[in-house]
Design a protein around this ligand. Structure first.
Ligand SMILES: C[S@@+](CC[C@H](N)C(=O)[O-])C[C@H]1O[C@@H](n2cnc3c(N)ncnc32)[C@H](O)[C@@H]1O
Length: 246
């Protein structure tokens, strides 16, 4: 149901370096601005907190952050970093684990909803997010959209990263709404490969999952700077609000 076994010691040790572009200020600051504004004076819960890429700067903004993650290796790297002290993390599956307490935002970013490889688990994740929210609280997801418009009929592979030291290819299984991301990275002069299975998602499907969990769409954007969401958008940032009568 989940594929967090892919975030083992070796992956965790190289996570920040391999994804350096995701740690760049022009990525992190708009994300933190967006989340901090929605959190207000309330608490934030990150599903799949990882090494704290966003949780640490969000906490440094004065937002109280709690995280859930299955990977002890990822979380141990979070706690090695300055600014991590005030962050609580519970090890477990964010589609089912309750950490108690109420949060003004629950957020699940950087495609991590797709790590749940069944629709059932993704629906459970929405229910779990809703169960942690205060009335009027918000669940936020950032996820890529499947590149199907650019996939010629009959083809199944789309490149997503090409550099001298990193290559990435998504392999689509359209019938199953699945994709396997193949990552190749040059490490100490050798190509290392990691292939991770995902279940891709559609905006309307996520809205329905939210509805099943008692939430409704509040905002939908193509990025953290509230870029308009259009037919050409390749990313989704969506915010669902819990019904206040719940
Ligand atoms: C792509 S990383 C994102 C980490 C962080 N949110 C970020 O933006 O850098 C995905 C993280 O989610 C965790 N994860 C994946 N599936 C999970 C699950 N079902 N329950 C808890 N954690 C999960 C992984 O262990 C990993 O740390």
């Amino acid at each position: 149901m989940n594929n967090s076994g892919y975030f083992d010691n070796q992956v965790a040790a190289r996570y920040d370096e391999s994804l350096a572009e995701m740690f760049a200020t022009d990525v992190v600051i708009p994300t933190v601005d967006f989340l901090a504004a929605l959190a207000g004076k309330g608490r934030a819960l990150e599903f799949g907190i990882g090494t704290g890429r966003i949780a640490i700067p969000l906490s440094q903004r004065g937002v109280s952050v709690h995280g859930i993650d299955l990977s002890e290796a990822m979380v141990s790297h979070l706690y090695e970093k300055p600014g991590s002290k005030g962050i609580d993390v519970t090890i477990g599956d964010f589609s089912t684990l309750s950490v108690g307490g109420s949060f003004s935002i629950v957020y699940l970013i950087f495609n991590t909803i797709m790590n749940l490889t069944t629709q059932e688990a993704q629906v459970a994740c929405f229910h779990n997010a809703a169960a942690h929210l205060v009335p009027g609280g918000c669940f936020i997801i950032e996820v890529m959209l499947p590149d199907l418009q650019r996939l010629p009929h009959g083809e199944i592979i789309r490149p997503f990263k090409i550099s001298d030291i990193q290559l990435g290819f998504d392999e689509y299984n359209i019938a199953e709404q699945g994709l396997i991301s193949h990552h190749f990275e040059m490490i100490n002069g050798r190509w290392e490969r990691q292939s991770i299975p995902f279940r891709y998602v559609w905006p309307a499907e996520l809205d329905l999952m939210a509805q099943l969990a008692g939430m409704r769409l509040r905002e939908r954007w193509a990025g953290w700077r509230r870029e308009p969401f259009t037919s050409d958008s390749q990313h989704l940032v969506a915010v669902w609000e819990i019904h206040t009568e719940q």
